[in-house]
Design a protein around this ligand. Structure first.
Ligand SMILES: C[S@@+](CC[C@H](N)C(=O)[O-])C[C@H]1O[C@@H](n2cnc3c(N)ncnc32)[C@H](O)[C@@H]1O
Length: 283
């Protein structure tokens, strides 16, 4: 059975979200230390039980249970680098960070002056314990810095707690957070009484490892992307042990005949990775 969709409202007390969290920086973005989150999760903050399941199975992916959102996967940084190189503009755009995990892609879009940024992850624990705190930390601390590979390399000591937030910062009012399986989240968005406009840009990193999910992913992109919108997808060429990869996904998309795809960047270090751009064929 698929994980039902849920919208996570932003709690009023933002300081509480950052309570017991340790902050670091990654790619010039604030980022909650995951080991500390995992410890608090083992103490009961994780109603889904994904941390204990991931620890006991020694796995970052448990299909249908935990889909890897607690840690930041390396293609996220490829995509952040690509935004800078290709000068991708987020100003006034509506953006979805699909399969967001830590949500760093959406946070970069937010800093790039996106009009709205929505975050989606399969697991509600990831949204509550990682994505939302990361968004809050970056919104409170504001700024228009764009992440870059250079700053990621410099290891900085963990930062002091960000300054106190008395009210919802403007940036945070642009954000919404969702958990659940892709088809379920799509239904929730399309059937909600809140106004919904399709996304100008959908960002997605390391989400095509499992071919069983390609159909749901394809249909989600087709239903949620604006007719002139773009998808930027970052992936490893192949996911050993799971079976997915960029060429299998490309073939799947071609057969559906809805989107055109192009590989816009190949990263040839170790296991090859790449960035794919997608647009509607009839756009
Ligand atoms: C490997 S993680 C990558 C996380 C993040 N994008 C990154 O690069 O660090 C894959 C993400 O895709 C999402 N995901 C995978 N399969 C999904 C599905 N069938 N329905 C909804 N979300 C899914 C999960 O929420 C998970 O966070």
């Amino acid at each position: 059975c698929f994980k039902a969709a849920k919208e996570h409202n932003i709690p009023e007390d933002l300081n509480k979200i950052l309570e017991n969290k340790v902050m670091e920086t990654v790619a010039d973005l604030y980022y909650i230390n995951v080991s500390v989150v995992e410890m608090t999760c083992l103490d009961g903050a994780d109603r889904e039980g994904i941390v204990s399941k991931s620890v006991s199975s020694h796995s970052d992916l448990i299909p249908g249970v935990y889909e890897g959102g607690l840690k930041v996967w390396e293609c996220t940084f490829d995509l952040i680098d690509y935004f800078a190189e290709a000068e991708i503009q987020f100003t006034d755009k509506t953006v979805l960070d699909l399969g967001c995990g830590a949500g760093l892609l959406g946070i970069v879009a937010l800093r790039g002056k996106a009009e709205k940024v929505h975050f989606q992850d399969y697991n509600s624990t990831v949204i509550d314990e990682i994505t939302l705190p990361n968004a809050v930390a970056n919104c409170i601390n504001g700024g228009n810095r764009m992440g870059s590979r250079e700053s990621r390399k410099t290891s900085k000591p963990p930062l002091k707690r960000p300054k106190k937030a008395e009210r919802l910062p403007n940036l945070l009012t642009k954000c919404r957070f969702f958990s659940g399986e892709w088809s379920e989240v799509t239904q929730l968005l399309l059937s909600s009484n809140k106004p919904f406009s399709k996304y100008d840009i959908i960002l997605t990193s390391e989400t095509i490892y499992n071919p069983d999910y390609y159909s749901a992913l394809h249909d989600t992109l087709a239903q949620l992307l604006h007719k002139n919108g773009r998808v930027y997808l970052a992936s490893k060429v192949h996911y050993f042990g799971v079976g997915g990869g960029i060429y299998l996904f490309e073939k799947f998309i071609e057969e559906r005949n809805v989107f055109s795809t192009s590989i816009v960047k190949i990263i040839d270090k170790g296991l090859q990775r790449c960035i794919m751009e997608m647009a509607f064929k009839d756009a």
